[in-house]
Design a binder for this molecule. Sequence first.
Ligand SMILES: [Zn+2]
Length: 539
Amino acid sequence: MSSPHSTPRDEKGQHHVSEARDRVVVFDTTLRDGEQSPGASMNLEQKLQVARALRDLGVDVIEAGFAAASPGDLAAISAVSQQVDGPIIASLSRCNKGDIDASWKALQHAPRRRCHVFLATSPIHRDFKLKLAKDEIIKRSVEGVKMARERFEDVEFSAEDSARTELDFLVEVVEKAIEAGAGTVNIPDTVGYALPTTYAETIRHLRKNVRGIDKVVISVHCHNDLGMAVANSLAGVMEGARQVECTINGIGERAGNASLEEIVMAMKTRADVLRVRTGVRTERLYPTSRLVSQVTGLHVQRNKAIVGQNAFAHEAGIHQHGMLTHRETYEIMKPEEVGFAKSQLVLGKHSGRHALKDRLIALGYILDEAQVDKVFADFKVLADKKKDIYDADIEALVVHGQILGKGQVAWVIDALSTTSGTGTIPCASIALRSAGGGTTREVAAGDGPVDAVFKAIERITGIQVKLRDYQIASVSRGEDAQGEVSIEVEHPTGVYRGRALSTDIIEGSAQAFLDVVNRIALKISPPKESEARAEMGTP
Ligand SMILES: [Zn+2]
């Protein structure tokens, strides 16, 4: 397998060999680093859907997970690598045999695969996390790359926390990793500490001083703690880096990663200065952004560059006048370039399956025929209750319906009723069916009917939480709009988010609360999955 810098995609999504110096490899880590955002975990079906959208977007590499982190991660990487053709599928590994074996297990049937090994190199990580001396770091990095190369043709090495590593030592580690067989060397700013000038200096120093660096691809991976992830990534590219690691909507740990859409559009819009290009089909950016926001529940801020609701809105009268006279007065990009929905197409009772399917594709959903049938059936039911069906309604049907699979659930609602009114104590009566098949009933009183429902669910499941946020929003317009209930809770094992959709707010609230409880139940019941990842740290 050739290294990714020599295999840009052509229009048919095929990879062909070319040595173009201006081609930047887009390495998407939405499913690995992005999924590490608190509360953003995705189930298998959702990960597959995001991976298909990334393929259609034209990314070169999809990092699908960290195989050793959990059996769920391993299964997801394996499924993505076999069901999503085109991009290289990568799995993250520490520099040890167990992790590399897990990545191999996940990727052994993949047509195109990469093992991404990492080890921290900065003094603070060496002294406090790893408790290893410099020579030991080099030894382990070399061993890790060599072990990975025994099975994988394509190996990437990351020097975690590069941006805070002594330059001389970084040169040494990177040089040894290349000698050991790494084809891509990644220089992460793991904690988002760099500035564009310091990060550019790091990349420049490596290019000048590392033997063999011209034979490999230099990769950038920047976090956004100071809001500079994209600026730093571009600074690295201007110094010759030819792979960018990024995520859709910039999701990721803490303040997130560099946002894919911003990097790609900066390269396209300012090609005059940056003089590089990617294989990304930019008109798929907006649909992909919507999809990721929907499946993770992480909303995109309205004023977010490129994909925010207001990114192309011109309110000020003087701007509108300028726009009408000549678009470029205030517009550096065209909304259609990034796939911004041209008009909110409204569907209704008489819309056919074909119209719905077209709309699903425009919204970023690549579903099989059976899945389209299921959405269409739900669409017909909704169209009976609601006159106009907007894009948001369709998205909600896909995300909240069984289309993207709810995964394993511990409890489902069998029956629910509440009483409330002036002079009565609000009460809820609820019956929950467990995965084992048994049904448990409980009645509870509360400050209001919703509070009573939550209390009854807590009693049945034995899972006590602290409610941090509770919101109801209509997903589209009109008096008959569906309401989406979002809940955020605190539990000793972490922060969880749940959502549900209903035309009845009490039922929606119960479903959203149960969504949260099911997530917690999955986390606390063995096998204890992602906890290992929290202790590991990643680039
Ligand atoms: Zn990262």
